[in-house]
Design a protein around this ligand. Sequence first.
Ligand SMILES: [Zn+2]
Length: 89
Amino acid sequence: MNIAALALCSAELELLALLAAAVLEHTEAVDTLCNLVALGSKDKFAAAKPRTEQTASKYNAAKLALKKHHLEHNCVTGQVQQYLPSLIH
Ligand SMILES: [Zn+2]
């Protein structure tokens, strides 16, 4: 999906950028955790787990912020509705 090609309100675009950053950050944190499981490093896993939980919270907050914006602003376009459910629901 080319987000730049969609007609989005500026606040929605900003929230989408935050969501994308949060998804990336959380994916990286989960990836790190998975590698530590594969290595069998319990201490490093325990040390890395809080960051993964923080990134999950950030991701959930970004999803909620976007949903809230759509409800309040009623600006969600047909194209966005087509692509977003897999990300935010
Ligand atoms: Zn909007």
